[in-house]
Design a protein around this ligand. Sequence first.
Ligand code: GLY
Length: 371
Amino acid sequence: MTCDVAVAGGGLVGLSVAWHAARRGLSVTVVDDAPGSGASRAAAGMLAPVSEAGYGEEALLRLCLASLERYPAFLDALAAATGVRVPLRTAGTLVVGFDDDDVRALADLQRFHGELGLEVHRLPGREARRREPGLSPRVRGALHVAGDLSVDPRELHPALLAAAEAAGVRVVRARAAGLLRDGGRACGLALDGGGEVRAGAVVLALGAHSGHLPGAPALPVRPVKGQILRLRGAAGLLDGTVRALVRGRSVYLVPQGEDGLVVGATVEERGFDAAVTAGGVHDLLHDAIDVVPGVSELELTETLARWRPGTPDNAPLLGPSGVPGLVLATGHHRNGVLLTPLTGELLAELLVAGERPGLAAPFGVERFGCS
Ligand code: GLY
């Protein structure tokens, strides 16, 4: 089978690239044995460039803000293509602090946001509880980030898959076992169990598994384990996302749907270890209940561990790989859901026009000396 573009990986990022490329007139095949079962399944769906912004990550922040801006139109386009409206939660984020050190850390964070020209508001504990009555009276202070949004990735992924298929994208349910090359140029994917997909260009969107596809260059992408919890019975408990520093440890609570709540996430350097640990679940629940005591009444319905695709500077790899015909859409680390619309747009532009768009320029793999 031959097509213009073969995409290795049918998570949110791979599907967004496939859908955008198909809408630009390219024939596209996605290769994935279980689309959406990786990081896309675990993600909480915070669209939170401001509250995720870290020191020294200004270029990443600009990329994330550009993708956030696209989200409403992206969801409108998905709804038009599929008839399915993926809800966007717009209540923003409260970043709350628990003890004096946590509140001092919030002041530092607010200074940093101010230097970047980002709008955040400092609230005393009382005012934070007025916004979110579920917060513990022990919360000492908070920052309100009005612009943050959230979606449920478990609603977004099937909608994107349906939109991609409606646009003509073919999904091959097999594992990408290796990159095919012809005279040094990428020309398709070998499939686990035999068979291949031949293509004019290949997009590597395998998330944390992108680092070592046989036949492709080794990439500086490593798995960063995150354990996450899903709970039920949270109707009315929180309006928007709550992030907290609890005695220096970070936790977030993201309301989903009618009565769901996602609590996350650990950050662990343990390779592809998929174990959900007693300690991980304990820490998340302990901190979440400290911040929002009502969490203790909820039903714990799911625990899960997956891997963020981490890079040395926490920013993605977008664009050429050094192997002609192989382009990269990976390394999204903590921002995969957020960067889904923009990554699709930028990669489709690159595939159609042959040049990396300006917004993607700071995110080439060559910044790590591996082109
Ligand atoms: N973006 C949230 C996380 O990576 O845990």
